[in-house]
Write a protein that binds this ligand. Sequence first.
Ligand SMILES: C[S@@+](CC[C@H](N)C(=O)[O-])C[C@H]1O[C@@H](n2cnc3c(N)ncnc32)[C@H](O)[C@@H]1O
Length: 269
Amino acid sequence: MLDVRLKLFNELNYVHIMLSKIECVISNLRCEGMLDNLSDDKRSPEDWEIGCSKDYVRNKIVIPDIVDRVNANHSTRCADVGAGTGYITREIIKKYPELGVQWSLLEIDQEMREYCAAKAAGLKGCSVISYDVFEGSKCLSKKFDIVFCCFSCLEFGISLETVGNMTDLACENGKVVLYLPDVLEDVEKMCVETSTTKPISSYRRGVVDVSKVDKFTKKREKFLAVRVEIIISYFITSGFFCSDLKFIRRDEERSVVVLEFCRDHAANR
Ligand SMILES: C[S@@+](CC[C@H](N)C(=O)[O-])C[C@H]1O[C@@H](n2cnc3c(N)ncnc32)[C@H](O)[C@@H]1O
């Protein structure tokens, strides 16, 4: 009887060990994004536009912040890198016509550009331009007073190459302004979801692949989270300095990060 019990105990123990090993493998796979139902579909411009129109961050934080910066710098030529449907810029033109800015909406996706151009028809000071941040500004003769990039960096990634090409768009005294979520919040969530500290370790080393459900498309999407300090170091390497850094609270839990960079004339001498 004792033998049977001991055998049973050992077998249960073995099953328990195997189960925890399987659990560990699953959570590592999750952490690497291999089990996620990631979206391969392209975003629909209509869905994106509807999402933007209801979005607190774009309407109550990003748009007023852009308007303040355009006013403070007396900017007349501005670019929006990865403009999507152009919602942000079009809203600014409609609500603040007195700004008199010439906006260039730079976007890689043809469907987004066509949607944006149709919506912008009749709006003064708005041109939609085919642009790939990896190709740079070779095709653009204009330089801009402020180059804005609202959340698009998450999609194409922040690297020395993309930062170098964005800074190339700025004129002699031009600025580059990035709007990003506080990615550390997403990294923290990934650690909880996967029950590992792998995401935070990757983030500490600089970059981590984050997968989360997009609030507009409701699909799980992947993006690259880069440490704020690393972003600043890429700009410094490109001859710019960080002239403003804000964490704007959107609610108890989350913040929007705004980073502004100016050309560093002393460093470029
Ligand atoms: C997350 S959406 C943001 C759109 C808009 N800035 C907004 O806040 O609503 C990212 C946009 O970046 C564009 N994009 C992705 N890769 C790009 C690239 N290499 N060059 C230019 N735009 C790109 C996408 O097509 C998409 O429209």
